[in-house]
Design a protein around this ligand. Structure first.
Ligand code: FE2
Ligand code: FE2
Length: 374
């Protein structure tokens, strides 16, 4: 009897082919999916600016939300913190241990200097959502939940438009091949389509036309200062974020029955898989050109990849038909993708299988400014 192919095998093979490698390279070389732990010390003084009284509290917070707020005021790179444990207080210094989820969910949002996602609010607006019929078989609470899910998706997809424009600037600044630049431009246009589709679904479920407000990207775009930084960001945003996006959308599509949702997810699966391939192709080029320095920067990103954070919306089984998995299913699928797709492909990429520039001159740019390389 023929069994359908395992979706993780299919996606892993596609990505290995991008790297010029065959399927023989599958391994769970990085073993477990345990997330690395971090320890950080932050002074309570950082809270003085935001406190109403202008003075900072004297005791370190111990509940998760307040602890995360304090940690995120410090100098450490942005991180979605989980499992925060208060360790000790010395004077005004608070020390915590935590794990970090280092990537995004669906799409490739625009990230600021600290790596925090920048998204516009969803506001009542004409011009983004296309006319569509409202779904009838859900309760008003279920409709609100599904609407919130697609509204959050729409904001992320809209941010991804800026994410790809920023990525194109990185490619231009570092003399990337025309093929990568062209694919980045095409991906930005596809993200516009995803945003329109997600705003259309959100508007149908929530019963009013929605669109994005202003995107707070500030006066200057964030551009990678070195090829190593370009590669590290591509590993984080694309090789991890877009591979997860493609896989999670495919899993949602497998459960979805609402025709308009299925049509949207089919487009998203096809496009996000292309975006994942673009990210891995970019890493291949960057390592071929930049060598060990780039390889080391990329390896650090994959080594820091933590455990996924699922959505926290109230869920019931009827919602899977509308593209919304249970939080448990979403986390399990993301872990599966990390263990059986992202880590094995990253292992193959980093295991010296991808040869240096001398072996493949077509990726060597003669226009890159050497001063931009770190
Ligand atoms: Fe997208
Ligand atoms: Fe994408």
């Amino acid at each position: 009897m023929n069994h359908p192919p395992d979706p993780t095998d299919v996606l892993r093979l596609r990505l290995l082919l991008v790297l010029g490698l065959g399927s023989a390279h599958f391994s769970c070389g990085w073993g477990t999916c345990d997330e690395p732990e971090y320890t950080a010390t932050v002074s309570l003084d950082v809270l003085a600016d935001t406190a109403d009284s202008g003075t900072s509290p004297t005791d370190c917070p111990t509940d998760p939300n307040a602890s995360a707020e304090l940690l995120n005021q410090g100098d450490a790179p942005y991180c979605e913190m989980m499992d925060i444990t208060f360790l000790e207080q010395e004077g005004s210094d608070c020390t915590y241990r935590y794990t970090c989820f280092t990537c995004c969910g669906y799409g490739r949002p625009y990230l600021d200097e600290r790596g925090a996602p920048v998204e516009a609010d969803a506001v009542p607006a004409e011009g983004w959502a296309e006319p569509s019929r409202p779904p009838v078989e859900l309760t008003s609470e279920q409709r609100a939940t599904v609407g919130a899910f697609w509204r959050d998706m729409a904001r992320a997809e809209h941010s991804s438009v800026a994410g790809f424009h920023r990525f194109a600037l990185d490619l231009l600044a570092h003399g990337a091949p025309l093929e990568l630049l062209s694919r980045a431009q095409r991906a930005g246009a596809q993200e516009v389509r995803h945003a329109i589709d997600a705003f259309t679904l959100a508007s149908a479920y929530l019963g009013e036309p929605l669109g994005p407000g202003r995107l707070g990207i500030g006066p200057h775009a964030v551009v990678a200062r070195s090829l190593a930084e370009l590669a590290a960001w591509t590993a984080r945003d694309g090789a991890i974020g877009e591979t997860l996006a493609a896989f999670l959308a495919a899993r949602a599509l497998a459960e979805a029955t609402e025709p308009t949702v299925r049509a949207v997810l089919e487009t998203v699966v096809r496009d996000e898989t292309e975006h994942a391939e673009l990210a891995w192709a970019t890493l291949r080029w960057a390592i071929e050109v930049g060598g060990d320095e780039v390889r080391t920067a990329v390896a650090a990103v994959f080594a820091g990849l933590g455990d996924p954070t699922p959505h926290s919306l109230p869920w019931s089984p009827e919602l899977a038909a509308h593209g919304l998995p249970s939080p448990e299913q979403e986390r399990a699928d993301a872990r599966l993708c990390i263990a059986r797709v992202i880590r094995p492909v990253a292992d193959a990429l980093l295991a010296n299988e991808v040869r240096e520039a001398t072996a493949n001159q077509r990726f060597v740019s003669t226009h890159a400014d050497p001063s931009l390389r770190g």
